[in-house]
Design a protein around this ligand. Structure first.
Ligand code: FPP
Length: 250
């Protein structure tokens, strides 16, 4: 990827030994980006694809272990039908266009959310992406789709309860790590850094369990304008934080 001059200056401020392992992003502000340009909302979603591409590339270039983007929440079904089908089409288009690049860059694609409730044609494109990148062992790129943090926990608890039932009601193995293994994110480290664009100070039902100790950085930039240098700024901010996990200063 091409690292621009501003990113080079920012990179000089980043300690490569203290990078976040996992960055999660709430992509927000597509609608406002479009409104400011007197364009339909969906133009903001389309422009958001360039930001997705740039973010995936710089994350891979930095050799992050995991990048997770919040693309469609369970609550997003409340949006107008036209906007929903545009988003679904955009996602399919993205996958078809970018799959080769993901493969070339050794990126493993993953979906977080109730995939089985998505339209069948979306599911089948996602399946192709999952299957064709399954052997990759570089960065894990997860897209949260039809995702809700609370329902993720409910789904995990259901599976645990079913397991307990088959074990004659034995709950002795039920601990935090058992629950984590049933979450959509099983096997991924918890996010170290959660970025939200467009200035909103909300978590919006995203990775509720996983962000217990995550550093949060909110930027006023609207998602379609988010680029490599913005991710680097978030990482610089992250490296200024002192993470104590409830303990005392080192
Ligand atoms: C939030 O902006 C953004 C979304 C709900 C959709 C994000 C989806 C994409 C960028 C495209 C598909 C994603 C991938 C990973 C290929 P908003 O509409 O809530 O903005 P607003 O708050 O300004 O109205």
């Amino acid at each position: 990827m091409v690292i621009n001059a501003r990113s080079k200056r920012l990179l000089a401020k980043i300690d490569p030994h203290r990078l976040p392992r996992h960055v999660a992003i709430i992509m927000d502000g597509n609608g406002r980006w479009a409104e400011r340009r007197h364009l339909p909302r969906v133009a903001g979603h389309r422009a958001g694809i360039d930001a997705v591409r740039d973010t995936v590339e710089i994350s891979r270039w930095l050799n992050l272990e995991a990048l997770t983007l919040y693309a469609f929440s369970k609550e997003n079904w409340k949006r107008p039908k036209r906007e929903i089908s545009f988003l679904m089409r955009l996602l399919r288009e993205y996958l078809r266009r970018e799959l080769e690049r993901l493969k070339r860059n050794n990126i493993r694609f993953r979906v977080l959310g109730r995939m089985e409730e998505l339209p069948p044609e979306v599911q089948s494109d996602l399946e192709v992406g999952l299957r064709e990148t399954a052997v990759n062992n570089g960065m894990v790129f997860s897209v949260a789709l039809n995702y809700g943090g609370r329902s993720e926990i409910v789904d995990a608890v259901r599976r645990l309860a079913r397991k307990a039932q088959t074990n004659g009601g034995d709950l002795s193995q039920l601990d935090e790590s058992a629950l984590e293994q049933e979450l959509y994110t099983a096997g991924l480290p918890d996010p170290d850094l959660l970025i939200r664009t467009s200035g909103e100070m909300r978590v919006s039902n995203f990775l509720l369990w996983q962000i217990a100790y995550t550093e949060i950085w909110v930027t006023p930039i609207l998602w379609p304008d988010f680029r490599q240098e913005d991710l680097l700024e978030g990482i610089i901010e992250f490296q200024k934080r002192e993470r104590r996990y409830g303990g005392l200063r080192a």
